[in-house]
Design a protein around this ligand. Structure first.
Ligand code: AHG
Ligand code: MN
Ligand code: MN
Length: 336
């Protein structure tokens, strides 16, 4: 039997890769691991403890909030606040960021952005959901509370990012910029154990992932690319929780698209806490992530916390092909 490597052990070993590491980032990743276990426990018994359903309020993006969105949000905030390993938090469920007071006069140099529960409309029907997180080194004066500029850094500045997938098993995948590793929660010992070492995305895959119900609302170049996927006999897979859809693509190859529609002219997904962390992971695994207007996601400037973007993300060969379609069809208006 292979020796088990737990998430904590792995994180501590990796700290040696960073010669001037103070242990803060290590502590932060461990806090997120603990929060993930707590959220996982609640997600698993959601049907039993009247925590399903809508909370009766809207989030800052104007979407209906589920009770579990709020629960996951609170648990992540609690875990990150208590340890003092970060100096500020921004979340999908909070209008503004929250600065965190130093704990035992320990001032932290990191801020964390997260989507506490991704795909939360799936929860009531027992379909996979996730948590997405990104960690930045603060750029504001370390002697004062964190500022908006700390959260609005480009994705290229991420120090670490990851996601948790609450699926048939619970998996935590993260990267600190030196490859991507995945850990499966062993519920019998309550530990995330290394199960997917150095994940590499295949150059191409057999599936594409897009809400094809909106096909007629997409621009012509996206429609032509989607037609091409179908012509190539690619399978369509769309769970409606981007963590789950992108996780499949990370392991098996493929492309995930969320283009602009009439309802969402800038795209639906949020740059800061959804697209940037997942693009960081996918790029670290050898994939690509661009907007449907062909800019690299990680190079985008964020103007505000809940900014939306379009996205095409996945296997490098397929993202390049989608780029070629956009270039060809947007240069030929007569095809519209
Ligand atoms: P969230 O639950 O955090 O608001 O995110 C839902 C997102 C994303 O996970 C998913 O890919 C997308 O919404 C699905 O949107 P459509 O239902 O419009 O396809
Ligand atoms: Mn989400
Ligand atoms: Mn969410």
């Amino acid at each position: 039997m292979n020796r088990i490597v737990t998430l904590d052990e792995f994180i501590i070993r990796r700290q040696k890769d960073f010669p001037f590491a103070s242990g803060e980032l290590t502590g932060l990743l461990r806090d997120i691991g603990v929060a993930a276990k707590i959220v996982n426990r609640e997600v698993n018994k959601a049907g039993l403890v009247s925590i399903l359903g809508v909370a009766g309020q809207e989030n800052p993006s104007g979407e209906s909030v589920q009770k579990l969105d709020l629960y996951a949000n609170e648990k992540l905030i609690d875990c990150l606040k208590n340890s003092g390993e970060c100096c500020g938090i921004a979340s999908e469920e909070l209008e503004d960021f929250i600065p965190i007071q130093p704990v035992a006069s320990k001032t932290s140099k990191y801020v964390v952005v997260f989507d506490p529960l991704d795909g939360s409309s799936n929860i009531d029907v027992n379909v996979s959901v996730g948590t997405i997180f990104g960690i930045y080194r603060r750029v504001s004066d370390p002697e004062s509370p964190c500022k908006m500029e700390d959260f609005l850094q480009k994705g290229t500045e991420l120090v670490a990012a990851g996601y948790v997938l609450y699926g048939t098993s619970t998996l935590l995948v993260y990267s600190t910029g030196r490859g991507v590793n995945g850990f499966t929660l062993d519920p019998t010992i309550g530990e995330f154990c290394l199960s997917h070492r150095d994940i590499q995305i295949p150059p191409r895959g057999g599936h594409y992932s897009v809400n094809q119900g909106y096909y007629l609302k997409f621009d012509v170049e996206m429609r032509r690319y989607i037609d091409h996927c179908s012509d190539m006999n690619l399978g369509l897979r769309y769970i409606g929780s981007m963590v789950s859809d992108i996780h499949r693509i990370l392991l098996n190859g493929g492309i995930f698209l969320y283009p602009n529609t009439r309802k969402y002219p800038q795209g639906k997904l949020r740059l800061v806490y959804e697209c940037n962390p997942l693009s960081f992971i996918v790029e670290q695994a050898g994939g690509k992530a661009i907007t449907c207007q062909l800019e690299r996601i990680l190079d985008l400037s964020a103007e505000h916390l809940h900014q939306r973007t379009t996205i095409a993300i996945g296997s490098p060969g397929m993202v390049d092909e989608m780029k070629a379609f956009v270039e060809r069809y947007s240069a030929a208006p007569s095809f519209r």
